[in-house]
Design a binder for this molecule. Structure first.
Ligand code: HEM
Length: 200
């Protein structure tokens, strides 16, 4: 199989795998239901999948360096899928929890540190999703690379959001934070190079 075909297949498999949790949630909602508190189930599932996919996106560059070059296009695919789950997560909170009341959202963001962190992570991801196309990459040139450094603080904030909201069992968010910390550490040299360019 030629390289282009292999890349297309890997990409299609990644999109199908990334969308599968949404399909499972929709299937459960239409059949067996989503448990005693469906809004809570949806918030938790979409939040966890957003975080998993953002971390998967962060893992692509180190894996590519290890020789798995076929995975390279998945950085954007997983990033966009993670953003899609984060958007669903935010909208579920805004519409189903807060009844689409902007005042209540402002209150939550101002008063609950974990919501502040989650909201800040989401806001930082928005310009990255909007400029994720090749056209924007070409138009912005080196500024695109610098802009996309925002992915790192966004992931740190998302990890803090999870650590902050858990009241008792810290194990799960701590495992995510450890994985995220290791992946972010691998990106420090590249981030330093891009930031050094900023100071020129
Ligand atoms: C990149 C953006 C975000 C990510 C990756 C993310 C991730 C998560 C994760 C992993 C959880 C915990 C799921 C679990 O307990 O199994 C969660 C819960 C939650 N998130 Fe987010 N989140 C993000 C943005 C937001 C935003 C923008 C808001 C609202 C403004 C928000 C509100 C909530 C709420 C209300 C919960 C449930 C808290 C609870 O059960 O007490 N999140 N999120």
């Amino acid at each position: 199989m030629d390289a282009a075909r292999r890349r297309t297949l890997v990409q299609a498999a990644a999109v199908a795998a990334g969308l599968a949790p949404a399909a499972v949630m929709a299937g459960a909602a239409l059949t067996v239901g989503l448990g005693a508190n469906p809004v809570e189930t949806l918030t938790h599932e979409t939040g966890e999948w957003a975080l998993r996919l953002l971390l998967a996106s962060l893992a692509i560059t180190p894996l590519r360096r290890l020789g798995l070059t076929v995975l390279a296009p998945l950085r954007r695919t997983f990033g966009l899928l993670g953003f899609a789950y984060a958007t669903a997560h935010f909208l579920i909170f805004l519409v189903l929890d807060l009844g689409l009341e902007p005042g209540l959202l402002i209150e939550e963001v101002a008063e609950r540190p974990y919501v502040t962190a989650g909201f800040a992570a989401f806001v930082l991801l928005c310009p990255l999703a909007l400029t994720s196309t090749r056209g924007w990459q070409r138009r912005l040139g080196r500024r695109w690379t610098r802009l996309h450094l925002l992915a790192y603080p966004a992931i740190v904030l998302a990890l803090l959001h999870f650590l902050w909201l858990v009241k008792a069992d810290l194990l799960e968010p701590a495992v995510y934070a450890l994985v995220g910390g290791i992946l972010l550490a691998t990106r420090i040299p590249a981030a330093r190079r891009a930031l050094a360019g900023l100071r020129l």
